[in-house]
Design a protein around this ligand. Structure first.
Ligand SMILES: C[S@@+](CC[C@H](N)C(=O)[O-])C[C@H]1O[C@@H](n2cnc3c(N)ncnc32)[C@H](O)[C@@H]1O
Length: 284
């Protein structure tokens, strides 16, 4: 298990409440360009180009959000409470921070995938305050379920409180403890239509192995794996750290598995969609 924040900083430091830090390649790019554009020692034409480039990059997320179906009031409230909560100073356990929350556009993408799959059963590995779990629950039929794995009991309690404020919250079945233990107990049961992997990055390869080889994925199912760009630390040798190296190893492992086809969608910090194929032919 890797205890470092997953959608957060390279340092692993926990953040103060307030505006979220940039934690995606595009947001980091926008931040750097804006900083350079503010330098007084650069020629005006360079500053003008840097400003234009900063606006180009910083506009992506906002524009995508404005062009995406709005989130429900319950999800908006959950995101707001996550942002205003002070995640510092928690003793032991996993370092948590508001930037871990996937958010509006990714939540809507997951919902769209669930609808396309006509999904009823979802498995989430890494729940945090429950944004993606509740977003997915909203899309499921009345008899649908999101089995959501979370290691940290405090953040699980936070999420449960938000679930109780939504009529869809009852579809989320929270399992507190190491995800691998929870998965072991699910093997042999009814498989899942969609599995969202979003916990400790060092565990990704093992999670995928249990999901695929343990029969947890329905034949038509989809595995969605978050943070597969990992702020560029996967592909920038100079920025590589332990988490970036773990995600890059995972990405290479997926690319080499003959029984899956995958696409890395560069939304937010990268979301890889993985489906089963027949080895050799690549057919369904
Ligand atoms: C990136 S956050 C999940 C964000 C959430 N899916 C969302 O979109 O809002 C990762 C979560 O995984 C949890 N986690 C880390 N290691 C875990 C493990 N071994 N088993 C279960 N949960 C784990 C962390 O406590 C954290 O809450």
């Amino acid at each position: 298990m890797n205890p470092l924040p997953t959608k957060g900083s390279a340092s692993g430091a926990v953040s103060a409440p307030g505006a979220p830090r940039p934690v995606t390649p595009v947001a980091l790019l926008a931040d750097t360009l804006a900083r350079l554009a503010g330098r007084s020692d650069l020629p005006p034409d360079v500053v003008a180009e840097l400003s234009a480039a900063a606006e180009l990059a910083s506009g992506v997320d906002g524009y995508a959000g404005r062009c995406t179906t709005p989130e429900s009031p319950a999800l908006r409230e959950l995101a707001a409470r996550t942002a205003e909560h002070d995640w510092r100073g928690r003793g032991g356990g996993v370092a948590l921070e508001q930037e871990m929350l996937s958010g509006h556009v990714e939540g809507q993408l997951l919902k769209t995938l669930l609808r396309a799959l006509r999904a009823r059963r979802v498995l989430e590995i890494g729940m945090f305050t429950g944004y993606s779990a509740l977003a997915m629950a909203e899309e499921l039929p009345d008899d649908g379920v999101v089995v959501a794995c979370e290691l940290d009991p405090d953040v699980a309690a936070f999420a449960r409180e938000r679930f109780s404020a939504s009529p869809h919250g009852r579809k989320v079945d929270v399992r507190v403890g190491p995800a691998l233990d929870t998965l072991a107990g699910l093997v042999g049961g009814e498989p899942f239509d969609l599995v969202f992997v979003d916990a400790d990055k060092a565990g990704y390869t093992e999670y995928l192995a249990v999901v695929l080889d343990g029969g947890l994925l329905a034949p038509h199912g989809l595995v969605c794996v978050d943070n597969t760009l990992m702020q560029g630390k996967t592909y920038l040798p100079g920025a590589r750290d332990a988490v970036g190296a773990a995600v890059d190893r995972f990405n290479r492992h997926v690319a080499q598995r003959p029984d899956v086809a995958q696409v890395l969608v560069p939304v937010r910090d990268g979301l890889t969609l993985i489906r089963r194929v027949t080895p050799g032919t690549g057919e369904p």
